[in-house]
Design a protein around this ligand. Structure first.
Ligand code: NAI
Length: 462
């Protein structure tokens, strides 16, 4: 039996970051992981592989649509799907090996196998029981399908199966216009699939600023994705090679069916806590299956903490990472803290979409007076040069104080641009503070400054 200060269960972005921070703070640390490689869903079957496929398919899109305009002529590249999957797997390998290296560097023991907590202060992995002063659960989440739909990972797939299809399907139906549905739907659409997205709500991307969501749908439609909104999927009947999806339109209860070669079910994720033994320990859970924690990530059982997708809040890798660092600081006797008001969200389609803080809708609901500063990428020189003029930056600021309350960007590099607004928000900045900051020319970031200027006396280039 080995004895540790901390055992982290799960090596996704929440768990591995937590383990590294624990080790950096001088705690003897181990991390339990049952997969063959470290990194959890994000590195193995989520964020990283999907970004590889998004990158590759975007390059194809550029070659097909923009190369000739720039005087780059010649045969357009064709898709070697096997090679694209090999590239994706190589990217996964580089990243997961990187975590293994960081574990070694920080002297973190990888306890290989699936862990459970037989009693307070103990973690069982395989036949071995280890002791830990603190146990931090970072067991993540798993796809949550719809009742009656069986995922076979061949014809009816979830996000994992969609990353390793044997071939690019002719017709793909995506159930759910959330982040996963739109990112992976974009990949296959660019690779030549006919993609139809069926969404329960009357709009795509639930929770997103409505104006951005509408513009996003317009741009995706222009790229060839089809949308059926206000439609509740009832069932999916699959054979070995085909599937039939039945949905009901909410406006009139009429039923319709659509055939597909592959159906991607992207209707959300749920916390994954199976096999940990939390019931027997009496760990309090919410009715949505999340582990309940206090402001310091402590569960109802002494010495057991939890972070990431297994607790409440947005299921985002970076939210889990921040909680991982904060929980490490808590067990080290410091003051871990996460500012939940400034957690960015990014959709890595083309154009990218990013968001932080309040939306117009949440501000209206709260009855808060606000002003909007907007700037289109059409007025940004760099964007025009790069065929990236679609989209805009929108900054929401308090009407009285000018303090930045939120920002929403659809356009080139939106996922990176959002962070200057995040930093500004962390410092309690006003829109004027951003507007007064010199931004290099020509950069996409000038559009952020112009949106900040639009909160005051007006942008220059519109
Ligand atoms: P989601 O919650 O973003 O979207 C699911 C969609 O499915 C919703 O729009 C919902 O209305 C719809 N839906 C549910 N039942 C339906 C039905 N019967 N018929 C039609 N539509 C139905 O979930 P998603 O996309 O599966 O993602 C899961 C989680 O993973 C999210 O929390 C997301 O933030 C996270 N994620 C984040 C990424 C990123 O940050 N880029 C990438 C991938 C996932």
């Amino acid at each position: 039996m080995s004895s540790y200060d901390v055992i982290v269960i799960g090596s996704g972005p929440g768990g591995y970051v937590c383990a590294i921070r624990c080790a950096q703070l001088g705690l003897k640390t181990a991390c339990v992981e049952g997969r063959e490689t470290l990194g959890g869903t994000c590195l193995n079957i989520g964020c990283i592989p999907s970004k590889a496929l998004l990158h590759a398919s975007h390059q194809l899109h550029e070659a097909e649509h923009n190369f000739a305009k720039m005087g780059l002529k010649g045969k357009s590249p064709s898709v070697d799907w096997k090679q694209m999957l090999a590239y994706k797997d190589d990217v996964i390998g580089q990243n997961t090996k990187g975590i293994e290296f960081l574990f070694k560097k920080n002297k973190i023991d990888w306890l290989k196998g699936w862990g459970s907590i037989p009693e307070k202060g103990k973690v069982k992995v395989g036949d071995e029981v280890h002791e830990a002063k603190h146990i931090i659960i970072a067991s993540g989440s798993e796809p949550s399908s719809l009742p009656g739909i069986e995922i076979d990972q061949k014809v009816v797939v979830d996000s994992e199966g969609a990353l390793s299809l044997p071939k690019v399907p002719k017709k793909m139906v995506v159930i759910g216009a959330g982040v996963i549905g739109l990112e992976l739907g974009s990949v296959y659409s660019r690779l030549g699939s006919e993609v139809q997205v069926i969404e329960f709500l009357d709009h795509i991307t639930p929770g997103m600023d409505a104006e951005v969501s509408r513009q996003f749908q317009r741009l995706l439609t222009k790229q060839g994705l089809g949308f059926t909104l206000g439609a509740a999927v009832q069932k999916v009947e699959a054979t070995k090679t085909k599937a039939k999806v039945t949905y009901k339109l909410r406006k009139d209860d009429s039923e319709a069916t659509v055939d597909a070669d592959v159906v991607l079910v992207a209707t959300g994720r749920k916390p994954y806590t199976d096999g940990l033994g939390l019931d027997a320990l009496g760990v309090k859970m919410s009715d949505r299956g999340q582990i309940e924690v206090d402001g310091q990530y402590r569960t109802s059982v002494d010495g057991i903490l939890a972070i990431g997708d297994a607790i409440k809040g947005p299921m985002l890798a970076h939210k889990a990472e921040d909680e991982g660092m904060a929980a490490a600081e808590v067990v080290a006797g410091k003051h871990g803290h996460v500012n939940y008001g400034v957690i960015p969200g990014v959709i890595y389609t083309h154009p990218e979409v990013s968001t932080v803080g309040e939306t117009e809708e949440t501000l209206k609901d709260a009855g808060r007076a606000y002003k909007v500063g907007k700037f289109s990428f059409m007025g940004n020189g760099r964007a025009k040069a790069n065929f990236a003029g679609d989209g805009f930056v929108k900054i929401l600021a308090d009407k009285e104080t000018d303090r930045i309350l939120g920002a929403h960007i659809i356009g080139p590099m939106a996922g990176d641009l959002i962070h200057e607004v995040c930093v500004a928000m962390e410092f309690g900045a006003s829109a004027e503070d951003l507007a007064l900051t010199c931004h290099a020319h020509p950069t996409y970031s000038e559009a952020v400054r112009e949106a900040a200027l639009a909160c005051g006396d007006g942008p220059i280039h519109s």
